[in-house]
Design a protein around this ligand. Sequence first.
Ligand code: ATP
Ligand code: MG
Length: 420
Amino acid sequence: MATFKAPKGTYDLIPPVSVKYLAVREAISAPLRNSGYGYIETPGFEDVGLFARGVGESTDIVSKEMYAFETKGGDQLALRPEGTASVLRAALEASLHKQGNLPVKLWYSGSYYRYERPQKGRYRHFSQVGAEAIGAEDPALDAELIILADQAYRSLGLRNFRILLNSLGDKECRPVYREALQGFLRDLDLDEETVRRAEINPLRVLDDKRPDVQKQLVGAPVLRDYLCDACKAYHEEVRALITAAGVAFEDDEKLVRGLDYYTRTTFEFVHDGLGSQSAVGGGGRYDGLSEMIGGPALPSVGWALGVDRTVLALEAEGVELDIPASTSVFAVALGEEARRVLFGKVTELRKAGVAADFSFGGKGLKGAMKDANRSGARFAVVAGERDLADGLVQLKDMESGEQSAVALAELIDTVKARLA
Ligand code: ATP
Ligand code: MG
């Protein structure tokens, strides 16, 4: 029979590497959990219209990368390509914004789907941890999120990342800039698709990665020169707050990012060891999104960090995460009676909070000790019929190789004491 493989552009997380992904999710979410962000989980698919409106028809995400489908019941759905629109939809649906204390601060972790050309760091199924702070226009909130992402990466031991920062203006000043940019773009020699993009979403043209396009963009009007006073002051305050927190960043006036709904603060985390898939995370302010999906005005800010690329960044920097062995005690039972007794002890150890595992499958001593070694356990507990007849088990320290007999009745306490 034909065997099956993971679909193109996807991969499986398998032990022992999968533990890194858990550690990265944990490290990214820890600063959020510590800063008043509540956990939210939304469905893996949504009404396709939510993304069409909330991400934008003119973005690559919606126009090219979305897994959209019709259900048997005729519903038009899409696998979620990103998290912000879903989280805001859920917050509005639950009226979280009406319960008094704005901003509503939420974090999430999950799988996202984009029909992309697969390559290293670019997959069709990938995972993100994200944060959204909904319903407040406060530069300290933008700063908080940037600082927390920086803290997350640093806690993992990453060093070679940079924070790029820009302001996209607001609904007052951005249209003026947009027009100036469009005027500039009309005089360039661009392909048909790019010309069309320039009419729908000219800022996205600045994001074009092709060198021939980038060459023509030299001398394009710069948004910074068009920011209104309110946006300028807001941006200066964000910059001052993250500077005061000791977080280094680079002003990048060309940074626009892919989503239509960003306003004002926009930022990206890039890692220098990842080649062309250098963005490990990004985010920004999206003051207009709520109204775009039918809600009230709720100025908000958020980010999403890519777990897959963060793991690649750790590998690129040669960072070894300090992940403790998952098993502390491995029980090796020789003979039927010993199996019964030690299996009981393993259950007791687990109840006492000690990570324990057992030599399943009726192996001999040699094979079972190999398993004990592979488990990374600090101690092996070995017992045969003769030990048990004496009320004893052998406790072997797998680090020193030292072995001693311990009374069966004292096993749990002894192990706990020696692990402490
Ligand atoms: P890129 O410019 O590389 O396509 P993006 O701007 O589309 O990135 P965002 O939508 O901002 O990415 O998503 C935030 C993060 O999610 C990215 O910085 C990246 O780490 C991760 N990410 C996005 N798309 C993918 C993908 N196809 N495979 C793996 N990770 C991804
Ligand atoms: Mg993309």
